[in-house]
Each structure stands twice: as structure tokens, then as C-alpha cells.
Design a protein around this ligand. Structure first.
Ligand SMILES: Cc1cc2nc3c(=O)[nH]c(=O)nc-3n(C[C@H](O)[C@H](O)[C@H](O)COP(=O)(O)OP(=O)(O)OC[C@H]3O[C@@H](n4cnc5c(N)ncnc54)[C@H](O)[C@@H]3O)c2cc1C
Length: 413
């Protein structure tokens, strides 16, 4: 039976937004009550004023939590934040599609498996309202639902999942891998899978949090793209922006690219001609997005032309920001992991390409598919160099990485 969960707070309170986002993305049904003044505060929570620093208030069953941390919420609903076992066969960091898939396959194939996630299950995919291109869901499926199904499956098969546990460090300890979540506990494992993905570089515009997913997006999720009508804006001048513009142009009547620099990036060469030939793509160079506005959803944007220093206002319901992502490798011992120029982790035969790989592969045997430059460390999903940034490929890589983990574990017996 699901616990009754109620959240009380101010609509524009960032803490309340984070808790709402966390509950929603973890598939936890809850009732949100906006507290508009002191009377509401007293009526619903017993606190005298809305200014009380104990807001937002979260009621979970019989428990009342004041301005709770995510770890407190996870603990109260009965989920784990600290490891139960002294040592695992496989520790997986990041519970996006790649990490969840690896957890399902590893646990079902008899490996003692733990999955460690800093925020909510589902990763980037969990933030999208509908994934339209995932095999087997002809009507599409929300990222949060796909993720919570995968979580239930992984738990049923015996994987352990630690939520609200950000890994802040990792090292090798006597042949084992030691991960350090921010709780201060340590996670010991014989093999490690890094599936910590990518996070889009944020513009931090006013109203961004409110309009995110309501016409304002990071990346060009295929699901949103297929729903676009009218004029659409794409912010960025690199590969992902070019791909997005071409993709969106097949649906929208007009796509306008806002490019900060004087031209499209040279790395975009493969798309420049196609963009030039598209009758409904316009490229505006030397332009910077400066504002977004709207009520329930995005209604207009403001951008500045750097040449003439003019601020221009345009009505639109769709903006896709594709200014590149940052691979989430800070927690790893990045010095020891060979990465490409953009920071994505190199694996498998890529490690043997002398020109591309900055660190020598240390063993006589060749690296297994998806094995990083530290033997026993595997990488799957968006964070892996040369991976295809899609849900289905992340899921496939998670499963394939587990096959390599088996080979590695039998090689060290
Ligand atoms: C808005 C949007 C819509 C999309 N729509 C589609 C679509 O329709 N179809 C499609 O195929 N693809 C879509 N994509 C792309 C797809 O979601 C990604 O390719 C996929 O999620 C990558 O999975 P991943 O597991 O590699 O990484 P991620 O999904 O990035 O997951 C990585 C996880 O690791 C966690 N993490 C990071 N650092 C740490 C740490 N130090 N400790 C613990 N945990 C950590 C993160 O919190 C995150 O949960 C979309 C992406 C976005 C952003």
C-alpha cells in the first residue's frame, strides 16, 4: 500500500519545487497544497507564519518532516540511502536508463548488485514527459513511469538501490573499488560501472525552473519534437543544435537557430549544407537568449543581438537549448580514466587507438567492451565516449556492460 504523502509550501519556493520534482520523478504520488498566507499556514501545518524556516512541510503517513533533506524523505518512506552489504560484485553509479538496465541484468544473473543514485531514478529520461521511440510502447511512455517500472524490476530481481546518495569520490582499495557517497558511508565492490550520464549546461534564466518542460527544454527530446507546431527556437551552434534543428524542421513550420558566435561551429560541417538547404530553418548568428516568459507555459522569449545590442521579443511556445552537456565525471578519479577532448570516458578498443587514447592500457589482454582504462571499471550510456545519446542505446549498453563484468570477474578468480 502506498503511503499518503502531502506537501505544503509556497509555490515559488525552490525547496518545495525540488521536493515536488523528486517525488514525481521517483513515481511517488503526493498531494501538493500551496500555502498562500499565515492563515493557510496555521490551518494546514500548525506553523504560525509562512516565513517560518521550517517550510516546506512534508507529511508522510504519520510523520511530519520540516524542510526535509532528500535523504530524510527516502529514509521515511523506507528506501535505502546506505549500503546493506560489506561488499558487492558490482556497484553501479547513476540510475538513468543505463544504470537501471545494468542493475536488472546483473541482479538477474546472480551478481550481488548495488545501484547508487544522487537524485531520482530515471536520469535525463526521467525528466521527459513522454518517450515516443522506446520499443514496445506504441503510445509512448513517460520517463518517470519507465524508470519506476525498471526500479521495481531491479528490486524484485535482488538489486539494492540507494537514492539521494551522491557519489563524491572513488578509489581502488586492495583490488576492490571503493565508492564514497556523500552520506560518508563507503561502498565496496569487485567491479564498478560508471553510468553517471550527462547534464545539460544550464543557462540559469529567470523563470527557467518554472517553464522547464513547459515549452522550455534542455536538449531536443524526440517526444517534444514530434509535438511542435508553429515557430520553434533552437539555442546553440554545435552538433546537437544542428541535429535538433533538422529534426524539428520536419514538424515545425519554422525553426530559428540562435547562435552566440559569428557562424555555426566548424564541428557542424556535416549539417551546414543540409541546414542551408532547408527552406524552414533560419540561422541568426551573434545572438544570445536573454529571457523567457509565460504563465502556465512558455509564451515568449527575449534575445539580444550582439552586433547591434538590441533586445528582441518574439512570441513562441517552444525553445530547445542545445548548448552541450557536461559528462558527470567529477566524482571519479578522472586522472586515471582516459577521456576524449570533451571529457567523455573512452572504453574498449577506443583505448587502443594510440592517437585518441591519452593513457596506455595497462594489461596484456585487450580491454573488454565498455571497459575503461582502469581494468574492472566499466562505462555505459551517455557518459561513454562515442555513445549514441538515446534511451534505448543506454539500456542496451547497460546490459552489454554486465556481460563484460562477468568476463572480468571470472578473469580475476
Ligand atoms: C528532456 C530530454 C528528453 C529526452 N527524450 C528522449 C527520447 O524521447 N528518446 C530517447 O531515446 N532519448 C531521449 N533523451 C535522451 C536520453 O534520456 C538519454 O540518452 C539517456 O537518459 C541517457 O541515459 P544514461 O543512463 O546514460 O544517463 P542519464 O540519463 O544522464 O542518467 C545518469 C544518472 O546518474 C546520476 N548521477 C550523476 N552523477 C552522479 C553521482 N556523482 N553519484 C550518483 N549518481 C549520479 C544522475 O543523477 C542521473 O540520474 C532525452 C533527454 C532529455 C534531457
Amino acid at each position: 500500500m502506498q503511503l499518503r504523502i502531502r506537501l505544503f509550501g509556497e509555490m515559488k519556493c525552490p525547496k518545495a519545487y525540488r521536493i515536488r520534482d523528486f517525488l514525481q520523478r521517483n513515481g511517488m504520488r503526493f498531494q501538493w497544497t500551496e500555502i498562500a498566507g499565515n492563515e493557510d499556514a496555521q490551518l494546514h501545518t500548525g506553523l504560525d507564519t509562512l516565513q517560518d524556516t521550517r517550510f516546506p512541510v512534508l507529511k508522510i503517513g504519520d510523520h511530519t518532516l520540516y524542510a526535509p533533506t532528500l535523504a530524510q524523505i527516502v529514509h521515511t518512506v523506507g528506501w535505502a540511502t546506505v549500503p546493506a552489504e560489506p561488499r558487492y560484485d558490482l556497484a553501479i553509479y547513476g540510475a538513468g536508463p543505463a544504470g537501471l538496465s545494468a542493475a536488472v541484468y546483473a541482479a538477474s544473473e546472480g551478481l550481488r548488485t548495488v545501484l547508487i543514485e544522487r537524485f531520482a531514478i530515471g536520469g535525463q529520461a526521467g525528466s521527459t514527459s513522454k518517450i515516443e521511440n522506446y520499443l514496445g510502447f506504441p503510445e509512448g511512455i513517460s520517463g518517470a513511469e519507465l524508470a519506476s517500472r525498471a526500479r521495481d524490476q531491479a528490486l524484485r530481481l535482488g538489486a539494492e538501490i540507494l537514492l539521494a546518495a551522491e557519489c563524491v569520490g572513488g578509489r581502488i582499495d586492495d583490488g576492490n573499488f571503493l565508492g564514497v557517497p556523500d552520506s560518508g558511508e563507503t561502498v565496496l565492490s569487485r567491479a564498478l560501472l560508471c553510468a553517471t550520464g550527462v547534464e545539460y549546461t544550464r543557462l540559469n534564466l529567470e523563470h527557467e525552473e518554472r517553464l522547464l518542460g513547459r515549452g522550455f527544454y534542455y536538449g531536443a527530446g524526440s517526444s517534444e519534437a514530434s509535438l511542435c507546431t508553429g515557430q520553434v527556437f533552437v539555442v546553440g551552434g554545435g552538433n546537437s543544435a544542428g541535429q535538433a534543428a533538422l529534426h524539428l524542421a520536419s514538424r515545425a513550420s519554422q525553426v530559428t537557430m540562435l547562435v552566440r558566435g559569428p557562424s555555426l561551429k566548424s564541428t557542424l560541417s556535416q549539417y551546414v549544407d543540409r541546414i542551408g538547404l532547408s527552406y524552414n530553418i533560419e540561422v541568426k548568428v551573434n545572438c544570445v537568449l536573454t529571457g523567457i516568459e509565460g504563465g502556465a507555459s512558455l509564451e515568449k522569449i527575449l534575445y539580444r543581438t550582439l552586433d547591434t545590442d538590441q533586445e528582441i521579443e518574439v512570441d513562441t511556445g517552444w525553445v530547445f537549448v542545445c548548448v552541450g552537456g557536461e559528462p558527470q565525471t567529477k566524482w571519479t578519479d578522472a586522472e586515471q580514466l582516459a577521456r576524449d577532448a570533451a571529457g567523455y570516458i573512452l572504453t574498449g578498443i577506443d583505448l587502443l587507438q594510440k592517437k585518441a587514447a591519452p593513457l596506455p592500457w595497462p594489461l596484456e589482454r585487450a580491454p573488454y567492451p565498455m571497459e575503461a582504462s582502469i581494468p574492472g571499471v566499466f562505462v555505459a550510456g551517455d557518459i561513454r565516449a562515442n555513445s549514441i545519446k538515446r534511451c534505448a542505446t543506454a539500456v542496451g549498453e547497460g546490459a552489454a556492460a554486465v556481460a563484460s563484468v562477468h568476463r572480468y570477474l571470472s578473469s580475476i578468480h
